[in-house]
Design a binder for this molecule. Structure first.
Ligand code: ZN
Length: 184
């Protein structure tokens, strides 16, 4: 297996109307595309890594506490995957091709074992999906670039708060990180 699809933060708190830090409509609009891209990658034998924000309640030491309202708190529904992707995860969890990775920073590589996990499996290319295009997806792409991975971004399976932020991040990943922008 030389490819891994990273499924970033497609959770209730970031996507649902009642989510604590929701991107709302643009994030909900990719529900089918992110599910299809993930299922297709799984069927093709790719490693699937769910890279999911995990915060503690009232964590005064975490820099995001000054920037954002509390979100993706451990043990809450806010961390559940949203929509069809969540239903599908229930079917495949426990499979050795599928990993759930808790993260504490925007980047899925920051302070996690993700790089080792991917290297152990010979992964050379990471395929990015999820939200938000210009925050957790972009920061994960930057670390992937610095660690020497090839990067693909599934354009219709990433979303941000608005079109301008989404577009900026896609162009930055393409022009500055050498990412291949693909569609699901
Ligand atoms: Zn966070």
């Amino acid at each position: 297996m030389t490819r891994a699809l990273l499924s970033i933060d497609y959770t209730f708190d970031f996507v649902a109307d009642e989510g604590k830090l929701t991107a709302g409509t643009p994030a909900q609009a990719i529900a089918t595309a992110i599910f299809e891209a993930t299922r297709k990658a799984y069927q093709a034998g790719n490693v699937i890594v769910f890279c999911i924000d995990r915060h503690e309640e009232n964590d005064q030491y975490h820099p995001e506490s000054r920037l954002f309202p509390p979100h993706n708190i451990a043990g809450t529904k806010g961390r559940d995957l949203y929509g069809q992707l969540g239903d599908w995860y229930e079917e495949v969890k426990g499979d050795e091709q599928v990993l759930w990775l808790d993260k504490r920073r925007y980047s899925a590589f920051a302070g996690t074992g993700l790089d080792l996990y991917l290297r152990e499996r010979g992964v050379k290319t990471v395929v990015l999906t999820g939200v938000l295009t210009d925050i957790c997806v972009l920061h994960t792409a930057i670390d992937a670039y610095n660690l020497g991975y090839e990067i693909e971004v599934v354009a219709d399976a990433v979303a941000s708060l608005d079109e301008a932020r989404h577009k900026f991040a896609l162009e930055h990943m393409r022009d500055v990180l050498g990412a291949k922008i693909v569609t699901g």
